[in-house]
Design a protein around this ligand. Structure first.
Ligand SMILES: Cc1cc2nc3c(=O)[nH]c(=O)nc-3n(C[C@H](O)[C@H](O)[C@H](O)COP(=O)(O)OP(=O)(O)OC[C@H]3O[C@@H](n4cnc5c(N)ncnc54)[C@H](O)[C@@H]3O)c2cc1C
Length: 107
């Protein structure tokens, strides 16, 4: 939980005592508040931050060794253009670079 949110919740909903001194009812109340928390999205970061996670050229249509289209020799697809979904955390870059590297070597 972000520190500023924790600070705000503690000040708004808990008596000003050390956590060890809180009553069970205080903790239950805070637990119910957090578990029942409802958030409403008020907007997005816009197109510049948009990420596509699905879709693209079917991997079955490509050679997994060269990224060359099976039905069109000399045509290669790599990275984001291929229907490969990576978790957040660098996997998409890795996929883009690795698939680009093999296709570039072969082409
Ligand atoms: C906001 C955001 C944050 C991200 N953060 C991460 C992250 O932290 N880690 C991670 O691993 N991945 C991240 N990704 C995903 C990652 O950026 C992409 O998976 C990766 O850049 C794909 O590389 P690519 O070369 O396949 O495609 P792209 O990087 O999209 O490159 C395609 C290029 O082709 C150009 N192009 C398009 N059409 C044409 C045309 N007709 N003629 C000529 N050029 C054209 C485009 O201008 C672009 O430069 C993020 C994506 C976004 C949008």
């Amino acid at each position: 939980m972000p520190q500023r949110l924790a600070q705000w919740l503690a000040e708004a909903y808990l008596p000003g005592s050390p956590i060890g001194g809180l009553r069970d009812t205080d903790l239950d109340r805070m637990g119910a508040l957090l578990n029942g928390w409802e958030m409403t999205a008020t907007g997005s970061e816009g197109y510049a931050k948009a990420e596509v996670t699905l879709g693209g050229v079917d991997t079955n249509a490509l050679s997994s060794r060269t990224m060359e289209a099976k039905s069109v020799p000399g045509l290669y697809f790599i990275g984001e253009a291929v229907d490969v979904t990576g978790w957040l955390g660098g996997y998409n870059f890795q996929w883009a670079w690795s698939s680009g590297w093999v296709a570039g070597e072969v082409a």
